[in-house]
Design a protein around this ligand. Structure first.
Ligand code: NOJ
Ligand code: CA
Length: 651
């Protein structure tokens, strides 16, 4: 349904299918704004929309509506892997076709989609005479939330990219730009997350409080100071506002995926993976990435780890530090990294063939150190080299505070950074390779379109243990970073008290992470001898926990305090429950009413003992088995810095 006309003053309401959310669009005095209501309570005040364009008049004034179009869409689509098998894509859409009334008469479209739990909109700019290639100076989009809302934020434009501890602050106290997803709690008690979906060929959105006290989008700039160079037609990523009544409800908002396109082509070759790695031994100083006496990635070690993977029942092995160039000050020397030449003590062909014979997937590794020019020169050949050796998974890395692209220093989350990551995803798809990107661009749901992008890091992970992580960190993640998709947190470090990297967790909590932090490529990150010799029973849980779920049900939690979640295996009738808490111990009751009526399950429980504590008694664990059904309630204790993990096997 659409209409043609020319109007200067327009007001429209777009309701969510269940009518609980109302997005109000206004065209007044030639300018467009929107506001959002939940249950008729205002949650986003009149907020400005538009652009500043280099060498052109701003695209924001003298607008008139020339056409409008409405649509209702109802769909559940299936994701090949993830936290939920089916995702609801039901919304009411309103597209506003706008034109300048005077002078150039440039046109663009504002498309809104209102879901039962979200509002999204994007700008679409078609090519037009004298307006075909533009440089965005600024995007003016605002999200005018109540300044007395609470925000949980990490800073943008910092050397460690997204790898910061979350901080709680009031919106009116925000000083510098912060990353999305930006999670907020309004004074009226609603939980919001401002994020974006389908980020392609554009700087990523950060958010800042501007001089007029509104939250405004701050697109990551390029080194030339502009935000993006685009050729029309162009559409921005979706601007996404997730809305929930509780913190836990926010965690299952999957609108980000709904706003991405279905995959094109066959991705049936993509499979999630659990893997161990020639990795943590480097963090604890036993081995090194660089060649030498204690070099980790040798042919011998790799074969030993492949044997261990077979014994442990894990399907993959990551090998870091295998390639030529990783020497001395690796952050400085990263420009020398070669991605098709192994170190002399590592025979890739031999290791790959040994892995194949033992049915173990090798996870290759490309640490680019952000030297994109160096990496892109080798990209095709490097992927071919792995593919020719049957290697179907690659972990990439972009350490360093900025990227060097075209000889200039660019932010990882700038348009050029975004385009680089996309190039790797698309080339990998062509070669049937799955990626786990460290120091990535944040998730915006593109894995719906590119299911071979199985995981990314993009937050502080366990590599920061040994001082920089507090127990609350993993209690923030589900409500913040993980709203943007799975994360390779590198869980399962069971050697908690090693002298180099002491964990701020209990033992049971390390198991909980496999449930509370989803990753399509999930690492059992400790060294295999730790699992085999010291914790074989705990490893039973790590072995069994799936990397692909059909349903996720958050059971309890508050941001930064605790989180309890149940997930159903995609390939069986089994369920897994995980819980984590901050520095405070807490007792929790979990009703099993979500289980199928009449069904009986064996519960294998790994929980903190009463005297457990992440500092004093991290290993104090209780392991128990029980028969349970949907009428049962678990009464569980999570120690300070602790948690629990439960496997429910259908009998
Ligand atoms: C940082 C990554 O997060 C980590 O997993 C990797 O081992 C190092 N960079 C070296 O590439
Ligand atoms: Ca990292």
């Amino acid at each position: 349904m659409f209409k043609w006309f020319s109007r200067n003053e327009v007001e429209r309401d777009i309701y969510s299918p269940n009518k609980n959310i109302r997005c109000h669009f206004t065209l007044k005095s030639g300018q467009v704004t929107y506001s959002v209501f939940r249950n008729e309570k205002l949650i986003i005040r009149n907020s400005r929309l538009g652009f500043l364009i280099c060498g052109e008049q701003p695209l924001v004034n003298n607008l008139k509506l020339i056409r409008e179009q409405r649509k209702h869409h109802e769909e559940f689509f299936e994701m090949p892997w993830g936290e939920d098998r089916y995702i609801n894509n039901t919304y009411n859409e309103f597209a506003f076709y706008l034109s300048e009334a005077k002078e150039q008469k440039r046109i663009f479209t504002l498309r809104f989609r209102v879901f039962d739990n979200s509002v999204a909109f994007r700008y679409e700019i078609p090519p037009q005479p004298k307006f075909s290639q533009i440089t965005i100076k600024d995007e003016l989009t605002e999200f005018n939330v109540d300044l007395n809302s609470i925000a949980w934020k990490i800073p943008a434009y910092q050397p460690d990219r997204y790898e910061y501890n979350y901080e709680k602050t009031m919106v009116h106290q925000l000083q510098n730009s912060v990353h999305t997803p930006l999670t907020l709690k309004t004074p009226t008690g609603y939980y919001l997350a401002i994020h974006e979906a389908a980020l392609y060929n554009y700087g990523s959105a950060t958010i800042k409080l501007n001089q007029n006290n509104s939250l405004k989008i701050d697109i990551t700039p390029l080194s030339d100071g502009t935000k993006a160079h685009v050729v029309l037609p162009f559409q921005t990523p979706w601007r996404l506002i997730m809305i929930a009544d509780s913190a836990t409800e926010l965690t299952t908002n999957r609108t980000m995926y709904a706003l991405n396109e279905p995959p094109v082509g066959d991705f049936s070759w993509v499979h999630t993976l659990k893997f161990i790695g020639i990795w943590w031994a480097m963090y604890v100083g036993e081995w090194t990435w660089a060649p030498g006496d204690r070099h980790g990635a040798t042919t011998t070690h790799a074969k030993e780890y492949i044997d261990a993977a077979v014994r442990l029942g894990v399907s993959g092995l990551l090998i870091e530090g295998w390639n030529d160039g990783w020497e001395g000050d690796w952050l400085e020397n990263g420009i020398n990294n070669k991605f098709t030449i192994a170190t002399p003590d590592f025979n890739l062909e031999e290791v790959a063939s040994y892995a194949r014979n033992h049915k173990i997937e090798i996870v290759g590794h490309h640490e680019t150190v952000g030297f994109i020019d160096n990496y892109e020169k080798q990209l095709e050949e490097a992927y071919n080299y792995y593919a020719a050796n049957g290697i179907r998974y690659i972990k990439t890395g972009y350490a360093g505070s900025k990227m060097s692209i075209n000889g200039r220093r660019e932010y990882h989350h700038s348009q050029l950074g975004v385009n680089h990551y996309q190039k790797t995803v698309e080339l990998a798809a062509k070669k049937h390779i799955c990626l786990d990107i460290h120091e990535p661009i944040k998730g915006t749901g593109i894995e719906r379109t590119w299911p071979n992008l199985l995981s990314r890091e993009g937050a502080r992970g366990q590599e920061y243990e040994g001082g920089a992580l507090s127990p609350s960190h993993a209690c923030y993640l589900p409500y913040t970073r993980l709203l943007s998709g799975g994360m390779d947190y590198t869980p399962g470090i069971l050697d908690l008290t090693n002298s180099v990297k002491r964990m701020a967790t209990t033992l049971a909590r390390q198991l909980a992470y496999f449930v509370t932090i989803y990753s399509g490529m999930q690492m059992a990150a400790d060294r295999p001898f730790i699992y085999e010799q010291r914790f074989p029973e705990e490893f039973d849980f790590i072995r069994s926990v799936p990397t692909n779920f059909s349903k996720t049900i958050p059971l309890a939690g508050e941001i930064g305090e605790y989180y309890v979640v149940a997930r159903k295996d995609r390939n069986s009738e089994d369920w897994y429950i995980g819980g984590v808490t901050d520095e405070n111990g807490r007792r929790i009751h979990i009703s099993l009413e979500f289980l199928e009526r009449g069904a009986v399950y064996k519960a294998s429980i790994y929980a903190d003992a009463d005297h457990a504590h992440y500092r004093e008694e991290p290993f104090a664990i209780i392991k128990q088995e029980k028969r349970v059904g949907c009428n049962d309630v678990f009464d569980l204790y999570m120690a300070p810095g602790g948690g629990f993990a439960i496997r429910l096997t259908r009998l």
